[in-house]
Design a protein around this ligand. Sequence first.
Ligand code: B12
Length: 438
Amino acid sequence: MKKLLLIQPSPYDKDRQPIKKKKLYFVGLAMPLLAAITPEDWHVEICIETIDAVPLETDADLVGISTMGHGVLRSIDLAKHYRSKGKTVILGGYMASIMAEEATKYCDALVIGDAEDVWQDLLKDYEKGTLKAIYHKPIRELSTPLPRFDLIMDKAIGDFLPVQAGRGCPNCCSFCSVACLYQGRYIRKALSEVKRDIAQVKALGFKKFTLLDDNIHGDRAYLIQLLEVIKPFNMKWMSQCDIKIGRDKEVLKLLKESGCYALSFGLESISKESLDHMDKGWADPLEYTQLINNIVEAGIDVSTEMVVGGEGDTLESIKRTKDFIEQNKICVPRFYILTPIPGTAFFKEMSAAGRILSDDIYAFDGCKAEHQPKHMSADELTTAYWDLYRALFSYKSIIKRTLLRKDFFKRPVNYLFYTAVNLFYRSHIRKGITPNIF
Ligand code: B12
């Protein structure tokens, strides 16, 4: 039987060792889905490097390697390794897709973006010996078979599995890789398929799932129907979306009733000038507090993703971001330095302005300034970023945000859990590692 090895590599740490974890709480869907669209005459093996040893010696005919952000460096090293062993290597995933020209140097074939409509042709071409360098066919409709979770069930994963109702996002923020691939398209799955997928997660014994969509608020009417589908499962779930959902008390109520307990929001910045410049002018920092209050009052926990180093950011505004997070009692705040990811509109703009400071794109990991900020030096930005993280992950700030809150007794278990998450993040920050949701 033909054999396919699918690898989700782990990014390197500072010593160029792949980051390893005892458990990966947040698993992706790409590998189980690729396995599901692979014809049955292939034997498929999935390796998630964060929790599995990579089989450097393998009898697989074909090796498929995914790429995510700066983790692409590890993907490339693995691709080189397998090619040196005479294996045929396919690259795919976000990062390789948006730096396609560079990525093709390291593989036998590259899949740009969605794999659903090209994967089986690619496998046939491989068998015929007519593999093309690039396969690119963006999906118009999203329809997928059941993901092959059976291939990851014996791995050290968390207590939830991923489900996806839609891909892409109607917003086109200039720094965003999703905007780069989907260009404002938001493609929804038939509700019957989402229902089938959630049913599988439940049947596998999970009480929770995560909805991987980039912005579940991308289509309000669809979201309301989706919540009707989710509610009868009586499961807990979390997701991410734009903060404007906080204006919609009716939807917030339906979300809560359907089992949604936490949402993550890309707030990006407290500077309106920075947001406008990121093509995110629809967001208004002056409205953030009210929207966050509405969401929390609806019984949904709020975590945030923000970037520092936008065009309106100053050293002062970065410091004030700490006050913003504390005043709004954000349980789990995460930050990155605004980074010109190759392929994004922000990269093109910074490049044209001669403001990109390094051409080592593989080092662009979001925790070191790679562009010349407008109101400070790059080093000052990097220092301000780490100072912000250290200040917010002091014991005092953690306690203020997670335990000393009016609504603590409404959801004590959740808040105690977030205290533990904060302490875990704190241990990373003290070692100079940006916390992520691994
Ligand atoms: C779940 C998730 C995670 C999880 C799980 C990751 C994992 N190991 O699987 C965790 C939390 C661990 C994580 C970590 C990171 N992530 Co992440 N993650 C996601 C998220 C939300 C969903 C991924 C997913 O499963 N999507 C559903 C599947 C079906 O879609 P897909 O992954 O795009 O896969 C399709 C195609 O791309 C393609 N494909 C994918 N891989 C391959 C491989 C081959 C061989 C082929 C042929 C095709 C193919 O086929 C799939 C079906 O069409 C995405 C956002 C998103 N929209 O996808 C971000 C996202 C992919 N992550 C991102 C980033 C930056 C990271 C981190 C670098 C963050 C950090 N600073 O640490 C790390 C890197 C981790 C790593 N292993 O390298 C960025 C990538 C941007 C970029 N330019 O590459 C995204 C797009 C988020 C964003 N909005 O910017 N992530």
